[in-house]
Design a protein around this ligand. Structure first.
Ligand SMILES: [Zn+2]
Length: 222
């Protein structure tokens, strides 16, 4: 019965081998393996962005951005955040905080490693009836338009938005050298949507739609 002594070590070795093979094999098989994205969480610090009562755009942007980061990483991507706290990107004694903040965000997107960027914002409007997530793209950039349309399609499937993707007149869409989109995730001026945007489950729904859109976009690009 000598062989019995070898069964346990052999099984452990075989199990370890199989597990290590899976660990090595999985990243290549994931849909966003080797892709690098900049996630730009709009506003921060003294710049609250849109605001209704004590509900601030900058805090919700960051919560959604962090969910997007988690899901992108799960799909094999690498992520660079323009901010991961309640601050802007301007220097201590910046003469024009907003301008320097925006320039820094664009500098991060243009760092040379990023394949694409996703800027996260919330909207607000004078009419309290307007609602829905909407994706904006770089005019005359086919890849940006593709990405925006794929993300909008996912948002339409998983939320009640009736919006469609549009070219956007935003600094963050004009200056970068890689394709990207700006997602206005909803309207703080719409009471029901304002409630939804504060809930973790809705933030996760939005993040999943954004990442599913990115996956669909990458599949089409290949
Ligand atoms: Zn904003």
């Amino acid at each position: 019965m000598r062989y019995k002594r070898w069964i346990l070590p052999f099984l452990l070795f075989a199990a370890a081998l199989v597990m290590s093979m899976q660990v090595l094999a999985v990243p290549q098989a994931l849909p966003l393996a080797n892709r690098v994205y900049v996630i730009d969480s709009g506003h921060g610090g003294k710049d609250d962005g849109a605001q209704r009562g004590d509900v601030r755009e900058d805090a919700i942007n960051l919560a959604i951005a962090r969910e997007v980061r988690t899901l992108l990483i799960e799909q094999g991507a690498s992520v660079i955040m323009t901010r991961d706290g309640d601050h802007d990107l301007a220097g201590e004694d910046a003469e024009n905080r907003k301008r320097e903040d925006m320039q820094q965000r664009v500098a991060i997107i243009n760092c040379g490693w990023a394949d694409a960027f996703i800027s996260i914002h919330l909207n607000a409007y004078t009419s309290a009836n307007v609602h829905g997530a909407q994706v904006f793209y770089q005019e005359e950039n086919a890849a940006s338009k593709q990405m925006a349309q794929q993300i909008q399609q996912q948002l339409s499937a998983s939320t009640d938005t009736k919006m469609s993707a549009k070219p956007g007149d935003y600094y963050i869409l004009e200056k970068p050298s890689v394709p990207g989109v700006l997602v206005e995730c909803g309207f703080l001026s719409h009471a029901a949507e304002r409630e939804q945007l504060q809930s973790e489950s809705y933030q996760k729904t939005l993040a999943k739609a954004i990442v599913d859109g990115v996956i669909a976009y990458e599949r089409n690009e290949q």
